[in-house]
Design a binder for this molecule. Structure first.
Ligand code: NDP
Length: 322
């Protein structure tokens, strides 16, 4: 390694966010940076020895830690214990192995869905630990919250700048479209694709689970990728930072379904199944801290990002995570 060279190891490098970073970095690489993207085939991060071997092999100076057990509302509700344990193991193994190998900086990933259930809006970075999370995803939430606690510990005891980002809901190419595990956007895309693949006709009914009323902020994975690269290069605080679209860009689940229907040019009817769970009504997050650093950052318009994702999905259906 030449002097000043950064070796950036991206865990979860094969997932939705990891592949977006890989795409963005191709046209945005600094000469002194080497980027390495790894997935679960390269190492089982739930296992300390496997994690150590990965670090020995690549000798990173910087780590973007994205690997996690990730899933939508229904997957979380059925597997809270697995979400808790697997994520605790992965996070502890990555952070501790990074520390043991003298890694200069680690950027780990929390999520806006780990914030307290009962809270005031908008949510900001100071509220992560202010009360219990929504019961539907307590396992994932507590495991993620512990990253922030650990980061503070590594700073206090060792002066390490291990920090975390808090993205809102992410979507884009390479998402997980499996019905049992997916988040709302890929879940809806998959169901609509299946509904119309044998004929996009007027008699088809596209059913959206829940009332469609909950509000969410969605960030396009390629926008998030640009922001994560900025955090790695330029954000030098241990305190978490919310990476979200503006509050004015919040949309209802009905609007999401309509945007997807439009992107597929769906000719049938859209209905809501009111018997299905809605999850948290809203989780509006403030990106004021991000905006202080990057006031002019342009997010891709929602309908455009949905269209690009649908086009990617249609073109890559056979290789997608279905
Ligand atoms: P994905 O589900 O798309 O990808 C998960 C990644 O983690 C994959 O690369 C997977 O590897 C890897 N992984 C899972 N288990 C292990 C393991 N035991 N050992 C090694 N690697 C493992 O996730 P996203 O890209 O959606 O999420 C990235 C990060 O962003 C996560 O930390 C998530 O919590 C956070 N986040 C995501 C949001 C979203 O809406 N998607 C919202 C907010 C935060 P492989 O594919 O090779 O098996």
């Amino acid at each position: 390694m030449s002097e000043g060279e950064k070796i950036v190891l991206v865990t979860g490098g094969t997932g939705l966010v990891g592949t977006a970073i890989r795409n963005v970095i191709e046209s945005n690489k600094n000469e002194n940076e080497k980027w390495i993207f790894v997935g679960s085939k390269d190492a089982d991060l739930c296992d300390k020895q496997s994690t150590e071997e990965l670090f020995k092999k690549h000798k990173p100076t910087h780590v973007i830690h994205l690997a996690a057990m990730v899933g939508g509302l229904f997957h979380n509700m059925a597997h809270n214990l697995d979400f808790l344990r697997k994520n605790i193991h992965m996070n502890d193994n990555v952070l501790q192995t990074a520390h043991e190998n003298d890694v200069v900086k680690v950027v780990s990933c929390l999520s806006t869905c780990i914030f307290p259930d009962k809270t005031t809006y908008p949510i900001d970075e100071s509220m992560v630990h202010n009360g219990p999370p929504h019961p539907s995803n307590y396992g994932y939430s507590y495991a993620k919250r512990l990253i922030d606690i650990q980061n503070k510990g590594y700073y206090e005891q060792y002066g390490r700048i291990y920090t975390s980002i808090i993205p809102c809901n992410v979507f884009g190419p390479n998402d997980n479209f499996q019905p049992s595990a997916s988040h709302v956007i890929p879940g809806l895309m998959r169901r609509l694709y299946d509904l119309i693949k044998d004929g996009n006709t007027e008699d088809k009914v596209f059913t959206v689970l829940g009332s469609g009323k909950p509000l969410r902020q969605f960030i396009y994975s390629l926008d998030l990728a640009k922001l994560i690269i900025w955090v790695l290069r330029s954000y030098d605080s241990v305190e978490p930072i919310i990476l979200s679209v503006d509050e004015s860009q919040e949309v209802t689940i009905s609007q999401v379904a309509e945007a997807i229907a439009q992107a597929f040019n769906f000719k049938g009817k859209l209905e809501h199944d009111l018997s299905a769970a809605d999850g948290q009504y809203k989780k509006t997050a403030s990106n004021a801290k991000l905006r202080k650093y990057l006031p002019d950052f342009q997010f891709t318009p929602f309908n455009q990002a949905i269209k690009e994702t649908v086009d990617w999905y249609i073109a890559n259906y056979d290789q997608a995570r279905n």
